[in-house]
Design a protein around this ligand. Structure first.
Ligand code: DGJ
Length: 380
């Protein structure tokens, strides 16, 4: 071979190797809310509407895999692992969609807001997610339950359904349970209709079939009791339902929160024995103003407070919608507000907005940071 061609060949190979090398990103040491976030393979993290499980020194981030055109599930629930929360390794698909058209999680169904908890009694990892059956829009309003022996999966679907059929919420009065008015008696969005919703019109409508369950999260209390928190009653009212000891079913105990309050995207945490929940309003994929609720007991009375976000962009929760509140392991009172900046026209480009939960007078406050790191929690 001609020497000149050989030299060019070497030059090209050397340059390619050099660019491949410099392309490998340095380890992250900060969070950059709203910016592109890459995994260990230099691919965009694809885990939207997610939640994080901490287990034996590792964090596991589960989320919706999104494609470029559709919000439907064509892959399933993804999983990433990390020991420092900044750098995430791709662990693949934890719950895969099915090729079988008769499966509730067939490719093209809708799988949203997956959350995983670990059951100490059974040693199983339990995933709950919002499931909408293929071709039925958002009508099914099911919760899906899947189980695995390992945090990263594979998870197997155990069941999917509505919640607590034939059970009344603990905080619905006898009069409300026995009322005889019907959905057709009202025109939607009128003051009378709102009053009727508050009085449990939709709970009665769905009593036999079970309560609707859309946006959701899970919470394990200090006593290891598990709770499923979900937008019910056509997204008008939040419910909290207690789980059985194995986390696979419901005990039948549940409450309604903020009836007719139109809350989505619940994210909950506990600090100093008090329960805090951040939610959003209901404006589809568009951001809106966050809300804050507090309670002294998880199945107790919840009180609504003003938007915990402050400063520029607070009225749209910094262009994001809550998905989970992550307690940082080993740091006291350190919680990360995890939110999604949805991009429904190109869902894979949806961004993650992670912000520290700060406290003022004992109440959570969300402020925008262009970048931040975990040392923010040491500055109290
Ligand atoms: C808002 C919810 O929070 C999302 O999870 C998703 O269900 C969209 N609505 C669909 O419009």
């Amino acid at each position: 071979m001609n020497m000149k061609i050989l030299n060019y060949k070497y030059l090209i190979i050397t340059l390619a190797a050099f660019f491949a090398f410099v392309h490998v990103r340095a380890q992250e040491t900060e969070f950059h809310p709203g910016k592109l976030w890459f995994d260990n393979n230099q691919r965009l993290i694809n885990a939207h509407g997610g939640g994080v499980l901490y287990h034996e020194g590792q964090y596991y981030w589960f989320g919706e895999h999104k494609g470029e055109r559709s919000n439907a599930a064509w892959v399933g629930v993804t999983c990433y692992s990390s020991s420092d929360l900044y750098n995430w390794s791709d662990e693949g698909v934890a719950l895969a969609v099915s090729k079988d058209n008769t499966s509730p999680i067939v490719a093209g169904s809708t799988i949203e807001r997956p959350k995983v908890i670990y059951n100490e009694t059974t040693g199983k990892f339990v995933m709950y997610f919002h499931l909408e059956l293929k071709g039925q829009g958002y009508e099914a309003a099911h919760v899906g339950v899947a189980v695995s022996d390992k945090p990263t999966g594979p998870y197997e679907l155990v069941k999917n359904d509505r919640v607590n059929p034939g059970e009344w919420p603990l905080n619905m009065t006898e009069a409300q349970r026995n009322a005889t008015d019907k959905v057709e008696d009202y025109e939607w969005w009128t003051p009378e209709w709102t009053k009727a919703i508050e009085n449990g019109l939709f709970v009665r409508r769905d009593f036999e079939s079970g309560q609707m369950s859309r946006d959701m999260t899970l919470f394990v209390d200090d006593d290891q009791k598990g709770y499923h928190i979900y937008s019910s009653e056509d997204n008008l009212t939040l419910h909290i339902a207690e789980l059985t000891e194995d986390y696979l079913s419901y005990t039948g105990k549940y409450i309604r929160i903020a009836p007719a309050g139109h809350n989505e995207a619940p994210a909950i945490f506990k600090k100093d024995g008090k329960y805090f929940m951040i939610t959003s309003g209901c404006t589809g994929w568009d951001p809106n103003e966050a809300r804050l609720l507090t309670a002294d007991h998880v199945l107790g009375e919840w009180t609504l407070h003003p938007n915990p976000a402050v400063g520029k962009g607070a009225e749209l929760t910094f262009h994001s919608q809550s998905t989970y509140i992550l307690p940082v392991a080993g740091k006291k009172d350190a919680f990360i507000f995890m939110a999604d900046r949805w991009r429904p026209e190109n869902p894979i480009d949806g961004r993650y907005v992670w912000l520290p939960v700060l406290f003022e007078d004992g109440m959570p406050v969300l402020k925008w940071f262009n970048k931040w790191d975990l040392s923010v929690f040491d500055e109290k």
